[in-house]
Design a protein around this ligand. Structure first.
Ligand SMILES: [Zn+2]
Ligand SMILES: [Zn+2]
Length: 263
């Protein structure tokens, strides 16, 4: 399985695109601004979009992508998300004011988009890929995802604060790679707590819940461009310490648009 990072930044700027991952060319995990780098043909090949939550940095390109390829496609694009996320999209984006309601266009019987509600703990099989919905804790209802590749599972936290349920499940999966958010630096840790994001000190507490049997490369995502260097410096400070039960320090790396993970 190939996971192409279209974007994983906490904000936009030149070279910084918000969260979106393209899996094997046909599944999109979140639809942030990174989607704008795809060709028309690449967008057209996407049949399923899995959203972690309703925040703009994770859905911004969805309405525009649909507009670009809808008329070229022969079947509706399927948007998989929590019922609350779907309701937010319908009410606040595809409402005929911000953007047309592609759930009814061109016709109710044959729309450009259809919605598939999901819940944490659910396991789906989509286009030959097994996807499990992971729990997350954020300011709006949110999930993460784990996808099964030939070498193991690729787990993605989505946006989350501390979430013991995430680790309970992740510790049961033979991981090949873990992508976890660290949106803020430690000096912003009060804001991180309020916004239900992680900072390096809370990331360290989260990683302490990872089972030594699950050691794998850990990729840091969703860093604010203005704080990325500081965040990674703070992460490296605790990264140098071998965690209890592990043979070596965690293998922690910063993830950026353009990276490709073979899972
Ligand atoms: Zn968010
Ligand atoms: Zn976000």
């Amino acid at each position: 399985m190939q996971v192409r990072v279209l974007g994983c930044s906490g904000a936009i700027a030149r070279e910084c695109r918000t969260t979106s991952f393209l899996v094997d060319g046909h599944i999109l995990i979140d639809a942030g601004t990174g989607v704008g780098d795809l060709t028309l043909e690449e967008m057209q090949a996407i049949d399923d979009v899995f959203l972690t939550h309703s925040h703009l940095d994770h859905i911004a390109a969805l309405p525009l992508m649909l507009d670009a390829v809808a008329a070229l496609r022969h079947q509706p694009l399927c948007v998989h998300a929590l019922p609350e996320t779907i309701a937010a999209l319908q009410q606040h984006v595809f409402n005929g004011v911000i953007w047309p309601d592609f759930g009814r266009i061109p016709s109710q019987a044959q729309p450009f988009v259809r919605y598939a509600p999901l819940r944490a703990g659910e396991i789906l099989r989509v286009a030959g890929t097994t996807i499990e919905v992971l729990p997350a804790r954020h300011t709006v209802p949110a999930v993460g995802y784990a996808l099964q590749g030939s070498r193991g599972w690729w787990a993605f936290s989505g946006d989350t604060g501390g979430c013991p349920e995430f680790w309970q499940r992740v510790n049961q999966l033979p991981l090949s790679a873990l992508v976890i958010e660290t949106a803020f630096s430690n000096r912003e840790s009060a804001l991180a707590r309020r916004a239900q994001h992680l900072a390096p000190e809370t990331l360290a507490r989260e990683l302490a819940q990872l089972s030594p049997a699950r050691a794998c490369p850990i990729y840091i995502a969703h860093t604010k461009p203005s704080e990325t260097e500081l965040i990674m410096q703070e992460v490296r400070e605790f990264d140098a310490i071998t965690p209890h039960g592990f043979d070596a320090p965690h293998d922690i790396r910063w993830l950026s648009a353009g990276d490709v993970l073979q899972v």
